[in-house]
Design a protein around this ligand. Sequence first.
Ligand SMILES: [Zn+2]
Length: 252
Amino acid sequence: MSIDPGALHPDLWAAKRILVIAPHPDDATIGAGATLARLAAGGARVVVVNVTSGDRGTVDPAMEPERLAEIRQAEERLACQHLGVTEVRFLGLPDFSWLDERQVALALLGQIRQEAPDALFFPDPWLPDEGHPDHRTVGMGAAAALVAAGLPLVGAEAGQAVPSPFAVMYATSRPNLYVAAGPFWDTKLRALRAHESQFPGGLPDLLMAYWAEQSAQWKGGDGPKEALRLVSALLMHMAPQIEVRKDDRDGD
Ligand SMILES: [Zn+2]
């Protein structure tokens, strides 16, 4: 029996169709903006799906949710334009409303089956300190939809089965791929500035400086990087990925 190594070790840069799942209209930029810009510049089709409309993401008590949803949609369109995203979608579910995971998973299953992507980006739902329920629920829903994508008897109402894409988790504390941003760091900064209602004034520059400083400690050469976790579809179910520490290997 021979196993295609690509099935276990996916190559992000060979992916031609990228589907990005974002709980809110700024998460794709924050989580993987430079990587997405690099993929788009390389000719990949990049589709961003915003699950909620981000209509509660404000500290201004005078802001109306409907108005905020409009602002955030316009900001996301501009940010995605900067990143070179092919298409941006809005599912319009309510922000911070303790979403139903089954509803989210079925909606995302429909997106996967429509798009048949090679790679599925979503926030790591197993991030230990994640306190925002939208990030946990959307991440879990995306992971479930990925596993279900190829099973025709599961969620038949969400469309015809397609091969499961590999997972690319952003906002992860367990990265296994460090992407050197190169010129796309500035692209990410421009996209972040587009989210003015979330990051006013000099906040984008401050955040980018902090992220660049943080990433200087990571592998993968000089310059700012993004940290991601790639997992093949085969390893997204019942596959304990036990990382052997150096001390364990050495037996001391
Ligand atoms: Zn978010």
